[in-house]
Design a protein around this ligand. Structure first.
Ligand SMILES: [Zn+2]
Length: 236
């Protein structure tokens, strides 16, 4: 009976679910469903809610382990989304390197198909890649013009403006760079380097595309140079 006095007043939080979806639960270490829940605090007297004491904010709750997180938990991509990002990145790099290399060499095309397949597009064929390349080149009068002018304007084309490659490289690589450890980013760059090296040393345009890839992956210039040199040394 003496404890009863402590229970007369209290604050109870009632939660209701606003929406749900899939996220990467750090505690489970995998993709799980989540509920976004918003809480309302109420002052209770003898367990009867009386006064609204304001919102308790919204939380992301894992449907499996029920652990609650702040909404920043949704910024981390799910494993499924992350694999798709990685796959798209390798695909875009393969196209960019082939475009820079003129896509004439069979070994480079085979290396590109191999890289794209192992990144997750398991049914990618050489014909599909070449079809995409032809579409890019046809679409991009600017690119062909820059190739005729020499490699300096190719770099401008990749880095500076609205070319297909520039947009695609930035879109495919920059989000990935935020979520990939440095070793992972280096590995992605090296996949591009192997495609370029499959038919001999880097062409100036290939080298510049790879440097642009490295920059989109937020790698330092020194590291990009070191990695590209090391890949070339192993290949020759
Ligand atoms: Zn969980």
């Amino acid at each position: 009976m003496t404890k009863l006095g402590l229970c007369i007043w209290g604050v109870r939080t009632s939660w209701h679910t606003e929406d749900d979806g899939e996220f990467f639960c750090p505690d489970c270490g995998g993709d799980r469903s989540y509920h976004r829940r918003t809480g309302t605090r109420r002052l209770t007297v003898l367990n009867v809610p009386l006064l609204n004491r304001g919102t308790a904010g919204s939380v992301i709750e894992c449907a499996a382990c029920h652990r609650q997180y702040g909404s920043q938990a949704l910024l981390c991509p799910t494993t499924t989304r992350f694999s798709a990002m990685l796959r798209d990145a390798v695909h875009t790099i393969a196209l960019a390197v082939l475009t820079a290399g003129g896509s004439t060499g069979r070994p480079a095309r085979e290396a590109a198909v191999g890289a794209v397949r192992s990144a997750g597009f398991s049914d990618c064929t050489e014909d599909q890649l070449l079809g995409l390349l032809a579409a890019i080149v046809a679409d991009e009068g600017r690119y062909t013009a820059s190739q005729e002018l020499g490699h300096h304007s190719f770099a401008d084309c990749v880095d500076g403006c609205g070319s297909w490659l520039s947009i695609e490289l930035h879109e495919a690589l920059e989000p990935l760079a935020d979520h990939l450890a440095p070793q992972g980013r280096e590995r992605v760059l090296l996949q591009g380097a192997h495609i370029a090296l499959a038919d001999g040393p880097y062409l100036p345009a290939e080298r510049e595309v790879l440097e642009a890839v490295g920059r989109c992956l937020s790698l330092h210039t020194d590291d990009i140079d070191r990695l590209l040199a090391a890949a070339a040394a192993t290949a020759s």
